[in-house]
Design a protein around this ligand. Structure first.
Ligand code: ZN
Length: 427
């Protein structure tokens, strides 16, 4: 198997919700002796140490402080994926079925969620003697299912209704096992506790695998964007920067516009960068001039049945290298300067790259980079890896691209960018 692919598939399998993903990343960082910082306490940062900070239990920023600090090299990605969120008071009896009342989270390919074993995971908030406690839960022992209407009953044009057609069946009404009882079993530890609220989501329980006669493909849930989360974290851990503070930022809520208090539209990243500058007595204006942000989020490869959906000259392919994304209206942050710098970095790392634009008559998605630039004025570009079936419950990517992404981002973290008049010096 290609380098890192097995680790990526295990990483995705363990990330049953964004909260579990953060729990996993924290464990990895702690294993490497990273120091956890809390936003409501004073920080005492020192050179040659590494840190991380979590906001909202769902987004994380980790950074390394080298002996000298001349700029920030930042990679941002997102850990959420389209899914269904369980509503409060979610249990719903309907005829002989016990169902869960859910609503879509993000824009998924709905048909791909039918007729497969789904899990429920996330976090619950429990009233305890001291106050409110957060507990991660995964009802892993219980599959639920959204059954499709049989071909014979459907006719040709049944339009799916989000409230009626997409609620998972969790059992039959004559069974005594209620959803809340299941939830209590895994989250309540003593009799005087009670569940106050929850953030619970459905997830596809199928584990990712490699595919293709030469194992050149990966099929897995959540490749958008856990593939870039994994690659940026791996590159960040492997990199040995000498004079830049390397930052790996992973945000929740990208799929619903990033508008939470810990999403990319919040002040989380700027707050952390400013606190680092304050703590280490660095001039933030000078630091920002020597900094760069890479927004890493997957891109659409040419589809085998629909090549006409891709741009005629800037179409991208699986296993052909890192995708650099451009958009004249700045949905992507890349410009000539940032693309030039990143291509020079890829050349240094001996990694191939390909240019991507949307067709002019198709609107593509926006990304984290654009949202960050509204608050942070630094050089930026949007990249990703080519994939198919974006927002399906199982997505498809190339198995050779992952190691190239790790290699390029590692080189990026170790690079020093200096502006001298109109020249950009890359070391
Ligand atoms: Zn994405």
């Amino acid at each position: 198997m290609e380098k890192y692919v097995n680790e990526l598939l295990n990483f995705i399998e363990s990330s049953v919700s964004v909260y579990h993903n953060i729990h996993l990343i924290k464990a990895i960082l702690k294993n490497f002796n990273y120091i956890e910082l809390e936003e409501n306490k004073k920080w005492n940062l020192e050179p040659n140490k590494s840190y991380f900070v979590v906001r909202g239990g769902a987004s994380i920023i980790t950074f390394k402080v080298p002996a000298t600090q001349e700029g920030f090299m930042i990679v941002a990605s997102h850990n959420d994926s389209p899914s269904f969120k369980v509503k409060p008071n979610g249990e719903l009896n309907s005829g002989s079925y016990k169902k869960l009342n859910t609503e879509p989270y993000g824009g998924m390919l709905i048909s791909t969620w039918f007729d497969k074993p789904l899990g429920i995971a996330g976090r619950v908030f429990v009233k305890t003697k001291e106050g409110v406690d957060t507990r991660l839960v995964n009802l892993s022992g219980h599959n639920v299912v959204i059954p499709s209407l049989a071909a014979h009953l459907k006719g040709n044009n049944l339009e799916l209704n989000l409230q009626n057609d997409l609620l998972p069946v969790v059992g039959l009404t004559n069974e005594s096992n209620s959803f809340m009882n299941q939830l209590k079993k895994v989250s309540i530890f003593s009799e005087d506790e009670e569940i106050l609220s929850h953030d619970l989501f459905l997830y596809n329980k199928e584990k990712g695998c490699v595919a293709g006669f030469d194992n050149e493909l990966i099929i897995s849930p959540k490749l958008d964007d856990l593939e870039c989360v994994f690659a940026s974290l791996e590159a960040f851990l492997e990199a040995r920067p000498e004079s830049n503070i390397s930052v790996c930022a992973i945000f929740d809520n990208e799929e619903v516009g990033s508008g939470s208090n810990h999403g990319a539209a919040s002040t989380f990243l700027t707050d952390v960068l400013e606190r680092i500058c304050d703590e280490l007595n660095l001039n933030k204006y000078v630091m920002y001039q020597n900094s760069m942000l890479v927004s890493a989020d997957n891109a659409h490869a040419v589809h085998p049945a629909h090549p006409e959906k891709s741009d005629p000259t800037n179409n991208v392919h699986l296993n052909k290298g890192i995708v650099i994304k451009y958009h004249s209206s700045l949905s992507y942050t890349t410009d000539g300067i940032s693309a030039g710098i990143f291509k020079a970095i890829c050349d240094k790392a001996e990694v191939s790259y390909q240019d991507y634009t949307n067709r002019s008559d198709l609107r593509g998605g926006s990304t984290l980079g654009r949202i960050q630039l509204e608050k942070l004025s630094i050089k930026a570009l949007d990249i990703g890896l080519a994939q198919l079936a974006m927002h399906s419950s199982n997505e498809v990517a190339g198995s050779k691209d992952l190691k190239d992404m790790v290699k390029a981002l590692k080189e990026f973290y170790q690079t020093k960018i200096i502006l001298e008049n109109s020249n950009i010096i890359i070391k």
